[in-house]
Ligand binder design. Structure first.
Ligand code: HEC
Length: 151
């Protein structure tokens, strides 16, 4: 019993520490259309990133973008440029900025949602106010995956 309790306390402390190292959405700094530092302070995991990118209730990136490397996933949209070779066009820091808040990189009018922004527009569903679509960890995972997309 005591050992279980200790384990729970240790896990809770680690979770707290991870939280503290994480940048809050309003604290993310854009410089020259790039976000230089990892939001979590650590590199992301590209395999998890591919999953978050394809997941309809997370990134749902395939609703708008084609990713040939994920051709096993169905229904890629084509309202946005294909993400094939995207790492040849943008640096990792620029890719992070695009995923965090595309409005700050392209324009206010872009269709692409800000995935780590609280500025998601007017008339937001009440349960979504103050929340981001992706967590800092998921943003880093997606960025790590995008960085693998070279021609
Ligand atoms: C609702 C549609 C939509 C969704 C969903 C979407 N995007 Fe986009 N994205 C766009 C559009 C449109 C552009 C082109 C820039 C513009 O015209 O605003 C773009 C541009 C980009 C670019 C730059 C591409 C290039 O070649 O220049 C990247 C990288 C990108 N998106 C990544 C993502 C990722 C990763 C996700 C999911 C986490 C995502 N997008 C979800 C619409 C979308």
């Amino acid at each position: 019993m005591r050992r279980t309790l200790t384990a729970i306390v240790v896990v809770a402390m680690c979770a707290g520490m991870a939280q503290a190292a994480e940048l809050a959405p309003d604290d993310v700094k854009f410089e020259d259309l790039a976000v230089g530092a990892s939001l979590t302070g650590a590199p992301g995991n590209p395999e998890e990133g591919a999953k978050a990118l394809a997941n309809r209730s997370l990134g749902n990136c395939l609703a708008c973008h084609v990713v040939s490397a994920l051709s096993a996933e169905q229904f890629h949209g084509d309202v946005a440029p294909p993400l094939d070779g995207v790492a040849d066009r943008w640096s990792e820091e620029e890719l992070r900025a695009i995923v965090v808040d595309a409005k700050q990189v392209f324009s206010e009018e872009t269709m692409m949602p800000g995935f780590y922004s609280l500025n998601v527009g007017k008339d937001v569903r009440k349960d979504l106010v103050g929340k981001t679509i992706l967590t800092a960890q998921q943003v880093e995972d997606v960025v790590a995956y995008l960085a693998t997309l070279k021609e």
